[in-house]
Design a protein around this ligand. Structure first.
Ligand SMILES: [Zn+2]
Ligand SMILES: [Zn+2]
Length: 268
C-alpha cells in the first residue's frame, strides 16, 4: 500500500470520523501514512454558508492521534484549501497562522456559483458546461500560483458530476488550458493529484483519469500523489491498485508524499 495524501475527518462539513478512527482504519488497510486534509473553502466559510473551520480542534485531535499511533501510522496535518484566489489576503493569513504541513489547492466552485457537485447539468447547454469547465481550469491555474500550495487536487472535479447527470465533455478540446495550468504548476513545483474518488464513485474511469495524467507527464510534469479523497475511514487507501496502474501507464515511476521532514517518494 502507498501513503494517502488526501482524506477528510469530522472537521470537514462532509467528513465522518475522528482522526483516531482514521488511524485505526489506515493501519487495518496497511496504509503507512496519510494526510488529513480537511476542507477550507474560504469563500463559503467567509460568506457563512459553510460552517467555520475548527482549526484548534483539528490540531488537538491530530496531535492526540499522532501520539497514540506513533510508530504504527504516520499522520500529516494538511488542509484542502478551496478557492484561495478569491480571498488571497485572508487565505495567506490563514496559512501563515496555521502552518499546515501540507496544502492541497482545490477548485470546488467558481466565484458566486455553487459547488460543481450541487449543479444540475441534465438540461444544461453543452456550451455552458464547457464554459464552466474552462473557467475551472483557469481558476486552478490561479490556485497553482498561490504560495504554499504544493498539490493541485482533482483536476477533473466537475466531470464527476457532469457524467452523473448523463452528460459529457470533449476533454481533448481543453488540452491547451490544461497545458497552461501545468506550466504554472511546474514553475511552482506543484504536484498533480491522482484523485481516486471519481473512479470509486463510478463517475469517471481509468481511461479518463489516465488522459489527464498522461497530459501532465507529456507537459514535463513529474510530481504525482495518490489520493483516495476518503470522507469515511474505511475508504482510506481505497483504489490504490487502480491509481498506481494509471500512473505507471502514464509513465510515472514514483509518487510523492509530504512528510513532516520534507517530501518522501514511494516507487510505483
Ligand atoms: Zn476536493
Ligand atoms: Zn477532498
Amino acid at each position: 500500500m502507498f501513503s494517502d495524501t488526501h482524506t477528510h475527518s469530522i472537521y470537514s462539513f462532509d467528513g465522518h470520523a475522528q482522526p483516531e478512527e482514521m488511524c485505526e482504519a489506515a493501519i487495518r488497510a496497511g496504509v503507512p501514512a496519510f494526510a488529513v486534509t480537511d476542507h477550507y473553502d474560504i469563500d463559503g466559510i467567509l460568506a457563512g454558508y459553510y460552517p467555520p473551520f475548527d482549526a484548534a480542534g483539528v490540531r488537538r485531535a491530530l496531535e492526540r492521534a499522532r501520539e497514540k499511533y506513533a510508530g504504527r501510522v504516520r499522520l500529516v496535518r494538511g488542509i484542502e484549501l478551496g478557492q484561495a484566489w478569491l480571498y488571497p489576503d485572508e487565505a495567506r493569513a490563514f496559512l501563515c497562522e496555521q502552518r499546515f504541513e501540507f496544502v492541497i489547492g482545490s477548485c470546488h466552485n467558481l466565484e458566486g456559483v455553487p459547488d460543481f457537485s450541487f449543479l444540475n447539468y441534465t438540461h444544461m447547454p453543452d456550451a455552458l458546461i464547457s464554459q464552466l469547465f474552462s473557467r475551472m481550469i483557469a481558476a486552478l491555474t490561479k490556485c497553482a500560483a498561490f504560495p504554499g500550495v504544493s498539490v493541485i487536487a482533482h483536476p477533473l472535479y466537475p466531470l464527476r458530476y457532469i457524467r452523473r447527470c448523463g452528460r459529457d465533455l470533449p476533454l481533448e478540446s481543453f488540452e491547451e488550458p490544461f497545458r497552461e495550468l501545468f506550466s504554472v504548476m511546474r514553475e511552482n513545483g506543484a504536484a498533480l493529484e491522482m484523485n481516486l474518488r471519481g473512479i470509486l464513485m463510478g463517475y469517471t474511469d481509468a481511461e479518463t483519469e489516465g488522459w489527464i495524467m498522461r497530459l501532465w507527464r507529456d507537459a514535463g510534469g513529474r510530481g504525482v500523489t495518490l489520493a483516495s479523497d476518503a470522507h469515511r475511514p474505511e475508504d482510506i487507501g481505497a483504489g490504490q491498485d487502480i491509481g498506481a496502474q494509471i500512473l505507471r501507464d502514464a509513465g510515472f515511476t514514483r509518487v510523492v508524499f509530504p512528510g513532516v521532514d520534507g517530501p518522501t517518494h514511494e516507487d510505483l
